[in-house]
Write a protein that binds this ligand. Structure first.
Ligand SMILES: Cc1cc2nc3c(=O)[nH]c(=O)nc-3n(C[C@H](O)[C@H](O)[C@H](O)COP(=O)(O)OP(=O)(O)OC[C@H]3O[C@@H](n4cnc5c(N)ncnc54)[C@H](O)[C@@H]3O)c2cc1C
Length: 230
């Protein structure tokens, strides 16, 4: 939690995910729903401070007809704490701007994600997983992951103690290492991200973050959220 405090994200502006091992904070924001309306109406030279009923209809029209450019005037910055494999999926979204903690500079506070619930491999979809059956040994599998984390950390620290540079030693750290990054995106591209990553086709771990983003931004875009169905 130290990073959250250091960038001053108040508790009401961040959401814990992954059974309390990850989190996402809303660090900054430019604009809200009325910004979208004003951008869309600029052609008529109109400007409003608050939404009225006609504006709600306009927002619905814009979304349903994929008239997305007015959404680009609303921008959000998030601080994300997630496993490296979630980071990899997230950074495929090229329209975001990112800055990430560097393991070339830092070697302290390494954390590893242990799934709160282990899932089993789907037999008919190579990308999908299923809730584990009742006879599945959750505890043992979680313990194996913990042991692997400890072993990787021990090798990493051993390499550092022998004078190996951080930028090479980090190569032994696993995909479930937690990382932290800043991410900035406009509302149009954020809605695309949510559609893809809150979907049941996406991995549960990144879905957690997409759902948390809905919670964080819904207060400033209630009608857009309603049209989007969340
Ligand atoms: C369930 C799921 C499974 C996936 N599985 C895989 C996988 O197995 N392997 C894999 O490699 N990836 C995989 N991906 C990632 C996927 O292919 C996309 O890279 C990712 O979803 C980002 O989508 P995007 O390109 O639309 O987003 P962004 O990069 O944010 O782009 C948003 C939009 O901007 C436009 N745009 C951005 N860049 C360009 C460009 N250079 N040229 C033209 N238009 C552009 C497009 O309209 C695009 O839709 C998966 C994604 C999901 C959601």
């Amino acid at each position: 939690m130290a990073e959250l405090t250091s960038v001053n994200v108040p508790p009401e502006q961040h959401v814990m995910v992954l059974g309390g091992q990850g989190w996402i904070g809303l660090v900054d924001q430019m604009g809200s729903e009325i910004t979208v309306v004003n951008a869309a109406r600029v052609s008529f030279g109109k400007f409003r401070q608050e939404m009225n009923e006609r504006d709600v209809v306009l927002v619905k029209y814009l979304l349903e007809n994929h008239h997305n450019t007015p959404l680009e005037h609303v921008v959000f910055t998030f601080l994300v704490h997630c496993p490296l494999f979630v980071r990899s999926q997230w950074h495929r979204h090229r329209t975001w701007s990112y800055n990430e903690i560097s393991r070339r500079y830092t070697q302290e506070d390494l954390e590893f994600y242990v799934p709160p619930e282990i899932r089993q491999q789907s037999a008919d979809n190579r990308q999908a997983s299923l809730p584990a059956g009742g006879d599945f040994d959750q505890l043992h599998c979680r313990e194996i992951i913990r042991q692997q984390n400890a072993a990787a950390l021990a090798v990493y620290e051993d390499l550092l103690s022998r004078g190996v540079c951080r930028e090479q030693a980090r190569g032994v750290l696993p995909q479930n290492l937690m990382t932290t990054f800043w991410a900035t995106v406009d509302l149009s591209n954020l809605l695309k991200f949510i559609e893809l990553r809150a979907s049941e086709h996406a991995q549960w771990e990144i879905r957690e973050y997409a759902e948390a983003i809905k919670t964080l931004i819904k207060p400033s875009i209630p009608n857009i959220a309603s049209v989007a169905g969340w």
